[in-house]
Design a protein around this ligand. Structure first.
Ligand code: PMP
Length: 276
């Protein structure tokens, strides 16, 4: 079962109109939720971010927040999803192709679930990454379905045998192509502030909370590529990568090529929260 054009149906029934503005302009926003043991992790914060992304691009949600919430929980239950992800997207709907908004837009919500294993391989062993120029627009705080720079960066990383591309804007590390980036030096945990240049990750927010609880000194402050490469430990966070240690960036080896002790401690705490 899926949700398509604001109602439940079988996937085979769903047909995308060629003039859906999401399809033609990337005019829409999305959210990815994680399901652990049948429960939606940090559901309300993900929903709030979906609402806020829609507001920022002036899309009016087609259903009330309560209805959306009920439908999404219903979908997860209906599909008997125990471990996996829920993808939700809202586009500005179908209209004659003109760049400006239609007179009477009718937003369309799509949602489907996917069963998937947790990323134990990457969280246990760590990942190799590459650095890339952040060529994206200046509203990366919006979870827009326009992901072309992210797609190209991830493909480049893949072609080099890496799991993630870390973006920098004029030498300042912003975030990964689909994750947030943290550095650890001594007792300091640092990450780019949640402004227009990054997506304020839900995992990022959880980690910041957990780090403060561990007595780490959390700094949401920009840092440079040189700081990144010289850090004691580096890790990335996302709904799908969870807390993945970075053990290499291009030809630089991080933390002797092993996940570091502070990262491990944060992973442990995160585990407590997801299995909570
Ligand atoms: N930044 C970008 C660009 C992303 O695509 C993602 C993944 N959605 C994140 C950060 C991490 O966000 P979250 O922890 O909410 O998955």
């Amino acid at each position: 079962m899926i949700i398509f054009q604001n109602r439940f149906m079988d996937r085979e029934e769903a047909k995308v109109d060629m003039e859906d503005r999401g399809y033609q302009f990337g005019d829409g926003v999305y959210e990815v939720f994680r399901i652990y043991d049948g429960a939606l992790f940090d559901f309300d914060n993900h929903l709030d971010r979906l609402v806020s992304s829609a507001q920022k691009i002036r899309i009016e949600l087609p259903l009330s927040l309560n209805e959306i919430k009920k439908m999404l929980m219903g979908l997860v239950k209906e599909n008997s999803l125990v471990n996996g992800t829920l993808y939700v997207q809202v586009t500005r709907g179908v209209a004659n192709r003109t760049h400006h908004f239609p007179e009477h837009p009718k937003a369309l919500l799509t949602a489907y679930t996917k069963q998937s294993e947790r990323p134990f391989e990457t969280t246990n062993k760590g990942i190799q990454t590459i650095l890339m120029d952040d060529i994206r627009w200046l509203r990366c705080d919006i979870k827009s379905i326009n992901l072309l720079p992210n797609v190209l960066a991830k493909q480049t990383a893949k072609e080099q045998g890496c799991k993630e591309a870390i973006f920098h804007r004029d030498g300042i590390v912003t975030e990964g192509s689909s994750s947030n980036v943290f550095i650890i030096n001594g007792n300091d945990l640092q990450t780019h502030p949640a402004n227009n240049l990054i997506l304020n990750g839900i995992t990022r927010r959880n980690i910041i909370g957990l780090a403060s609880g561990l007595g780490l000194n959390v700094k949401e402050k920009p840092y440079g590529v040189e700081d990144l490469l010289a850090s004691d430990e580096v890790f990335v966070t996302s709904t799908t990568l969870e807390v993945s240690p970075v053990i290499g960036i291009d030809s630089t080896v991080i933390a002797d090529g092993q996940p570091g002790p502070v990262t491990r401690k944060l992973q442990e705490r995160f585990e407590g929260r997801v299995l909570g």
